[in-house]
Design a protein around this ligand. Structure first.
Ligand SMILES: [Ca+2]
Ligand SMILES: [Ca+2]
Length: 362
């Protein structure tokens, strides 16, 4: 004989089914009138999405399906802004560093003997906030752009050979072996052997742009006047990929005819290194690879600094473009200084030049 409590227990599944049916009908009615109710009651009583005819959850609406899909990989497309939560989205994609608006002195003081004339006069420079890639753009990321265009554009394949007008055929053969495109063991290395237009096209495809020269310098050194991205200490094997012991001991194979080196330690990379490998070289804002590995295309051509204050300066004209940061074969410690300016013809595809992207924050 069953007790009352046992009978109630046995009857519960049926009751739950009936209640569920009533609840489902109520939710359905509320969903139907959600436009009028502003959806408040639908959410307030815990209704889920309307059920489909087979009882499963409804699929996303056509408009929801058309939203960009968020990714968090190093190849993140920077247009991602959709967020399921009510919280404001972060200002930058996860692969980028947020640089707040600020003011700094770009260039080098008159008494800095390691500086070149084009770094003078120092110029008080105001910048709005921006996002910048934490590392250089990788081979894998660039290849993804070349193979999977999106509505913002696509990339032409990176060159397997260096392209530089006037270079002897023997030199083309020698230097081309350092182009990273297609090298399966260098997928996490910086893409190189891409010209300015290819770099700009990648950044556009990713929803961003190349950084201006001023943005690049500020992201590297901040406002405290430091010499290098990491501070004022000299370059070392822990801070960047330059020409250290691993390079000078193998100079001929790398194209150096001397034994010069930037530092005595071995940085573990005879040519390019995987991006982000030297956290001790992080910049004032935590940006990596701003010293060494590959020079980086900026959006700007070379323009003289002036003593007048500047706000968001840019000089976006070629054909000579400013590259920043130094590269893996540099033996001179002045090369990876944050204020150092070098120029390259924008049509060149070189083994020592890559890039990173920037973006205006949300
Ligand atoms: Ca090295
Ligand atoms: Ca670099």
């Amino acid at each position: 004989m069953k007790g009352a409590s046992q009978e109630t227990f046995d009857a519960l599944p049926g009751m739950r089914r009936r209640l569920k049916g009533v609840f489902a009908k109520m939710c359905s009615a509320l969903h139907a009138s959600s436009a009028l109710l502003g959806g408040f009651f639908v959410g307030a009583i815990g209704c889920s999405q309307p059920a489909t005819s087979d009882g499963g959850p409804a699929t996303a609406s056509a408009s929801a399906r058309s939203q960009p899909v968020a990714t968090t990989s190093a190849t993140e497309v920077y247009t991602n802004s959709a967020s399921a939560s009510a919280a404001a989205p972060p200002p930058c994609p996860s692969s980028m560093v947020f640089i707040p608006a600020g003011t700094f002195m770009r260039g080098s003081p008159a008494d800095d003997k390691s500086a070149d004339p084009d770094e003078r006069p120092q110029q008080k420079t105001h910048l709005g906030a921006f996002c910048i890639d934490k590392t250089e753009v990788t081979v894998a990321a660039y290849t993804r752009c070349a193979e999977a265009p999106n509505e913002l554009g696509s990339c032409t394949p990176a060159s397997a050979i260096v392209v530089s007008k006037g270079l002897k055929p023997s030199d083309v053969i020698f230097w081309s072996k350092f182009c990273n495109a297609g090298a399966k063991d260098r997928q996490d290395h910086p893409i190189n052997c891409v010209d300015f237009a290819q770099a700009a096209a990648f950044c556009k495809w990713a929803g961003g742009r190349l950084p201006t020269e001023a943005e690049w310098e500020y992201a590297a050194r901040g406002a405290d006047g430091r010499v290098y991205p990491w501070g004022n200490e000299p370059p070392s094997a822990e801070r960047l990929n330059g020409c250290g012991a691993e390079c000078s001991s193998n100079g001929a194979a790398l194209g150096r005819n001397d034994k010069k080196r930037m530092f005595d330690g071995d940085d573990g990379a005879q040519t390019t290194a995987p991006v982000g490998r030297y956290p001790a070289g992080a910049s004032a804002f935590g940006v990596l690879d701003m010293g060494g590995n590959v020079w980086e295309w900026t959006a700007d051509g070379l323009a003289a600094y002036s003593e007048n204050e500047a706000t968001n300066p840019s000089h976006a004209s070629g054909p000579m473009r400013v590259v920043r940061g130094g590269h893996w074969l540099n033996a001179n410690a002045t090369s990876p200084r944050a204020a150092n300016r070098e120029t390259r013809d924008e049509s060149k595809k070189l083994e020592d030049v890559g890039f990173r992207c920037a973006k205006t924050p949300h």
